[in-house]
Write a protein that binds this ligand. Structure first.
Ligand code: FE
Length: 207
């Protein structure tokens, strides 16, 4: 029996439509529910949100303290709340400590601040290997950390949703929050990358 990816995808799509129709027929979901949720998933759950949180923490010590003490409250100050953001815990990197997030069970991430998980994050390979050979996996993903940097891998639990708080890179003195936020990507928030200042030193909004 052939089962090419395209056929599998079409089959999954057909099943989704059939499931939706069955739920609508039985009045188990309100009118517009799926459309509204899809819109939130596509537009509101964005790693740019987490980047704004990080940038604020870099420039405001009181906010940084709150973020590390009560990540949910800190994210709520921006309105970044909701599904998969009920209990956010920020993990602070230092020059000698790199935190990395995984969900070994499935794919849990803090949607409101990180966005939806990338495909590699959901892969069996990442979930299995980042735990037992994190340094090698990070190197393969482009983050070659020197031996003195400790790597700490955090496995998402049923409730906890992590975000990595990277340390502010050198050479960003005087940058605005918006400029700082431009350095923070989804990969940085997951912990498989570190913020990098462009080699020419130019700020994002001056490019
Ligand atoms: Fe999960």
């Amino acid at each position: 029996m052939s089962n090419t990816p395209s056929k599998a995808a079409a089959s999954a799509g057909a099943r989704a439509v059939a499931l939706k129709n069955a739920l609508v027929e039985r009045e188990l979901i309100p009118e517009g529910y799926i459309e509204k949720f899809t819109e939130i998933m596509e537009n509101d759950f964005d790693p740019a949100n987490g980047a704004r949180v990080v940038a604020r923490a870099w420039v405001d010590p009181a906010y940084r303290e709150l973020l590390l003490r009560d990540g949910t409250a800190a994210c709520d100050q921006f309105g970044y709340t909701g599904v998969q953001g009920e209990y956010i815990v920020a993990l602070e990197n230092t020059p000698t400590l790199q935190n990395v997030i995984v969900c070994t069970l499935c794919s849990c991430t803090a949607w409101p601040v990180l966005g939806l998980p990338p495909d590699w994050y959901k892969s069996f390979e990442y979930r299995a290997r980042v735990v037992r050979e994190s340094r090698t996996v990070l190197r393969e993903m482009g983050l070659d950390l020197p031996p003195e940097v400790e790597i700490r891998v955090w496995d998402t639990t049923a409730e906890t949703r992590y975000m990595v708080l990277p340390f502010r890179p050198a050479g960003t003195e005087g940058w605005t929050e918006q400029e700082l936020a431009s350095l923070v990507t989804k990969d940085v928030l997951i912990g498989i990358a570190r913020p990098e200042v462009p080699v020419n030193g130019s700020r994002a909004d001056q490019a």
